[in-house]
Design a protein around this ligand. Structure first.
Ligand SMILES: NC(=O)c1ccc[n+]([C@@H]2O[C@H](COP(=O)([O-])OP(=O)(O)OC[C@H]3O[C@@H](n4cnc5c(N)ncnc54)[C@H](OP(=O)(O)O)[C@@H]3O)[C@@H](O)[C@H]2O)c1
Length: 302
């Protein structure tokens, strides 16, 4: 017979996304965690009643919100939709968790920052989002904090992995179709491996469920190395070629080349130093994470 007091019943909003899949992998071999994940058909952040129904059925001890409206450029023309998913939904979730007295962890982004200077942004820096997406995520952070004094918001940045759609899968997909790739070289940030983020989120859930009340309410979960997008793309292409996948040379270009609808901060450096020290996080090296990510992407049915 299972002893339920020993088991953490963890629920995530989002099931098919990159972080949600990495959380599933992180929990798969842990018998002390029972994971329930909702895709947007089961728990839609635009529909508080569907969130309540899912939580009522799953009866979780802790919830991680890994769902978001992540279409950064499209958000410029869909600001209401971005607000509903990224601010109103998290507010509803935070309120439900507050009422139930269970831990709630919400995810946010470096795009709440304006990206001035060349220093890594810490949790103390003032946000100044440049885009509708960034404003919707900042509104979400604030809504969560207002609804639930114990909720934690974890900001992440430049997440990559073998799961779902991300910069690695995008570059490999482009290389299948284009002879050369134009990639921006003036945006700098910390490529962070999704399984590392997942492990940190699960660890936080366990600590909160275990009664920890002194954790900071805002944390940056980011790897300690920085690079630019064009250099990342070059590494991805080299690793793809090494593993027998597609290759295309990378031409570095400035961000202004693309005239994208949403402005992006050139300085996407996020300092994860505080959370790394506090939680004792270990970050998978870029080379190792890249190798696993490329292998995972190349093994997908095309
Ligand atoms: N990827 C990055 O580089 C990055 C950078 C900074 C911040 N973040 C933040 O990290 C978090 C996780 O991002 P990710 O990269 O893992 O996301 P992702 O791979 O883009 O997946 C998005 C997730 O959001 C869910 N979703 C979308 N609309 C929804 C709705 N209306 N209701 C409920 N769920 C909805 C999707 O549900 P389904 O499971 O049904 O598909 C999916 O699980 C987000 O808060 C994001 O803002 C990511």
């Amino acid at each position: 017979m299972r002893n339920d007091r020993m088991v953490l019943r963890l629920a995530t909003i989002g099931r098919n996304g990159q972080t949600a899949q990495a959380i599933a992998a992180a929990c798969a071999s842990n018998p002390a965690i029972h994971l329930a994940q909702a895709d947007r058909a089961q728990a839609d952040l635009r529909d508080p009643a569907s969130l309540a129904r899912f939580i009522d059925a799953a009866k979780p001890d802790a919830i991680i919100n890994a769902g978001a409206y992540n279409l950064v450029d499209r958000a410029e023309s869909e600001p209401d939709e971005a607000m509903r998913v990224n601010a109103d939904g998290p507010f509803a979730l935070a309120r439900i968790c507050n009422t139930l007295g269970i831990p709630f962890i919400h995810m946010s982004t470096d795009l709440v920052f304006g990206g001035d200077g060349d220093q890594a942004h810490t949790e103390d820096d003032a946000p100044n989002p440049l885009s509708v997406y960034g404003r919707s995520k900042l509104a979400g952070e604030r809504a969560v904090a207002a609804a639930n004094a114990f909720a934690i918001t974890a900001r992440v940045c430049w997440v990559y992995s073998e799961y779902a759609d991300n910069f690695v899968s995008k570059m490999i997909g482009f290389a299948r179709m284009q002879p050369r790739l134009k990639v921006v070289s003036d945006q700098v940030g910390p490529p962070t491996y999704a399984p590392d983020i997942a492990r940190a989120l699960v660890d936080l859930s366990l600590r909160m469920h275990g009664g920890a009340r002194d954790l900071p309410r805002l944390m940056h979960l980011a790897a300690p190395w920085m690079t630019d997008r064009a250099s990342m793309a070059r590494d991805i292409m080299e690793e793809s070629r090494r593993q027998g996948g597609p290759f295309a040379p990378v031409d570095p270009v400035p961000t202004s080349t693309f005239n994208a609808p949403a402005r992006r901060p050139l300085n996407a450096r996020l300092s994860g130093a505080r959370a790394t020290a506090l939680l004792g996080l270990a970050w998978t090296s870029w080379d190792e994470g890249l190798g696993r990510s490329v292998a995972g992407v190349l093994s997908r049915p095309s």
